[in-house]
Design a protein around this ligand. Structure first.
Ligand SMILES: [Zn+2]
Ligand SMILES: [Zn+2]
Length: 316
């Protein structure tokens, strides 16, 4: 009986062959580049016109970079993709909204794409390996591989099927609702820093400065954060653990990537919510998860034990 039931179960494709979805994915990638360029032009124009960025712009940039960055690293990545800890519903919703503000795609899309990366890391099927294209074509070492894994991949990778890769999120009605309001959150990520700038300076020019630094340039910086992970942390750096991919640890990127650059640690232990395995490994996202845990907002926080760490180190 069970084998008949098995055979009747529909096969769910891992990727979706849809020219329409491919087009919208490409349009989204182009929109990121256009908005980034607009931010740089706007900030440059304002500076030339006598309104260079000051402390207020730096503060607005850092606040919104941190909000959206934690949304990606703690929310989209460590919690939703890898289920490395559990959190109360308001925290889950807040992290999904914060991640959406980064304009890196809807939660379900991001999760599906990243689970596909872990499934095929540095092998055919990986959306952003520096060593091989998704269709299996090897990439020559050097600039071509770097450029593909940095940002070029985002213009034309296969569309991952959320019904296959992100079923858990499809079943979550509240999170699905947040997911579907993606463009509202992206717009909020532009409007809020503009409001902050306008409020601080008490002028429309101040609002434009807030929009440029806390919105547009912040989106660009957040993309560079994630592009650094997809490329640099599979090319340069230390490999403390034996993994079947070529992921690396890069301490110099830890602050900018909020701890995601301990990427070899992450590939070795994907369900670890805290990536600080040695005393000197600075992991701001892990500190944030630990703070949520302390206040009772998060629990079941994934931390590999000493034996698990030693076992993988030894097999290196
Ligand atoms: Zn990776
Ligand atoms: Zn991951």
């Amino acid at each position: 009986m069970s084998s008949i039931a098995e055979s009747r179960r529909p096969v769910i494709a891992r990727t979706i062959e849809s020219p329409r979805m491919r087009r919208s994915q490409r349009r989204h990638a182009v929109a990121v580049v256009v908005l980034s360029a607009a931010g740089i032009l706007l900030a440059g124009g304002l500076a030339v016109a006598g309104r260079p960025p000051g402390l207020a712009e730096l503060a607005i940039f850092l606040v919104f970079f941190t909000i959206a960055g934690l949304g990606i690293s703690v929310g989209y990545h460590r919690m939703f993709t890898h289920q490395s800890f559990k959190a109360k519903t308001p925290v889950r919703v807040a992290l999904a909204i914060m991640g959406s503000m980064a304009m890196q795609g809807t939660l379900k899309f991001w999760v599906a794409l990243h689970r596909r990366h872990h499934e095929h890391s540095d092998a055919p099927g990986d959306p952003h390996s520096p060593y091989v294209l998704e269709d299996g074509t090897p990439l020559r070492a050097g600039f071509a591989g770097f450029w593909h894994s940095y940002m070029a991949w985002s213009f034309g990778h296969e569309v991952p099927n959320s019904a296959f890769y992100a079923r858990d999120l499809m079943r979550d009605r509240l999170i699905s609702r947040v997911n579907d309001l993606y463009f509202v959150w992206v717009a909020a990520g532009l409007a809020l820093p503009a409001l902050a700038g306008g409020w601080i300076h008490g002028s429309w020019i101040g609002a434009l400065q807030g929009l440029a630094w806390g919105g547009l340039i912040r989106i660009y910086a957040g993309h560079n954060m994630i592009w650094s992970i997809t490329s640099l942390t599979h090319i340069f750096g230390r490999r403390d653990f034996a993994t079947r991919d070529r992921s690396t640890n890069n301490g110099w990127l830890a602050l900018f990537t909020l701890g995601e650059s301990w990427h070899n640690n992450h590939h070795a232990f994907p369900t670890a919510a805290v990536l600080r395995f040695r005393w000197y490994q600075f992991d701001p996202s892990g500190l944030f998860v630990a703070a949520l845990e302390k206040t009772g907002l998060a629990w079941d926080v994934g931390r590999p034990g000493k034996h698990a760490l030693d076992a993988k180190l030894k097999s290196n």
